[in-house]
Ligand binder design. Structure first.
Ligand code: RIB
Length: 304
């Protein structure tokens, strides 16, 4: 069977749930706190592994208790952690996530993630694999890793989140770029919002495709997603969900999308499945702990 190889970030998410977020200078009492595994790389690896795909994660943690907890969470979810490096003297990545009024705001202290390097990726890519990366680890290292994967004939999926300046050559190594509407707007310098017409979203995706990436998937939250290739722009409606916490929904989409590509489906079929997986994930608190199993996604697809 094919494999999903994720290169990226790991964070301990400190999730604060409160009725509302404080204004600058204000103190709000009454929050609930949870310490949950997260980071876009870890979340995407967990999503792929819970859907049954053999999955490896390459990344960096600190030599602290959070690093140990992140590693054992991955191992408990059958993610291969041989590619996890401990950076001496560094704290593990930490994200402060404020969940309020059905939305979230995230501040990340990258810690050990800043020390991720291409030299930590000890495995040689194979054509049967799907390689996945994001923008929470150093972009130069990500570019080298994705270029090698592409040259080996592996499929490459880049989640351009959070948007960062990147070398122009990077997109030429990418088969599918996945972005939400904010990232798409920033990456293409166009005014795209959650409410923009699908034609405007598709135009922005084409603009990104013109920079060398073969397909672009825009994720639009409850509206679903749009898959744009050289031939078509395909709108895929969102699946209904009882929202508890949207944190990590984009990561669930990316992990599920990569898992379905690795299982042999087309990008459009993979996006349909990933939409449903992401809808499952928003019904639970947290990012990584909310990733669904293949059985949960199958049950929801059967109800649709
Ligand atoms: O995409 C959600 C993730 O972003 C969180 O888990 C947090 O760690 C940040 O990386």
């Amino acid at each position: 069977m094919s494999r999903v190889i994720v290169c990226g970030s790991l964070n301990m998410d400190v999730v604060l749930q409160s009725p509302r977020r404080p204004r600058p200078g204000e103190t709000v009492l009454g929050a609930e706190v949870s310490f949950l595994p997260g980071g876009k790389g870890l979340n995407q690896a967990i999503a792929a592994a819970r859907l049954g795909l053999p999955t490896s994660l390459f990344g960096a943690v600190g030599d602290d208790p959070f690093g140990k907890r992140l590693r054992s969470f991955l191992a408990d979810n059958d993610v291969d952690t041989l590619g996890l490096h401990v950076v001496p003297g560094q704290a593990s990545g930490l994200a402060l996530i404020q969940v309020a009024e059905s939305d979230n705001a995230i501040t990340v202290a990258s810690g050990a993630n800043r020390h991720f390097s291409e030299t930590m990726v000890s495995t040689e890519p194979h054509a049967s694999e799907v390689w996945v990366a994001q923008f929470e680890t150093p972009i130069e290292a990500t570019s080298i890793v994705m270029r090698k994967a592409h040259e080996a004939g592996a499929r490459t999926v880049l989640n351009m989140a959070p948007i960062q300046p990147y070398p122009a050559a990077l997109l030429k190594s990418i088969d599918v770029a996945v972005l939400n509407e904010i990232e798409l707007s920033q990456a293409t310098d166009t005014a795209i919002a959650a409410s923009s017409p699908i034609s405007a979203v598709a135009d922005a995706c084409h603009r990104l495709r013109a920079k060398g990436v073969r397909a672009v998937v825009a994720t639009l939250g409850p509206r679903g997603s749009v898959v744009v290739t050289a031939e078509h722009a395909t709108e895929i409606p969102g699946a209904r969900a009882e929202v508890v916490d949207t944190t990590g929904a984009g990561d669930c989409f990316v992990g599920a999308f990569a898992a379905r590509l690795a299982a042999g489906t087309t990008p459009i079929e993979a996006a349909r499945y990933a939409n449903v997986a992401a809808a499952c994930s928003v019904e639970r608190l947290g990012a990584a702990p909310s990733m669904p199993t293949a059985e949960e996604v199958a049950a929801r697809l059967a109800r649709a």
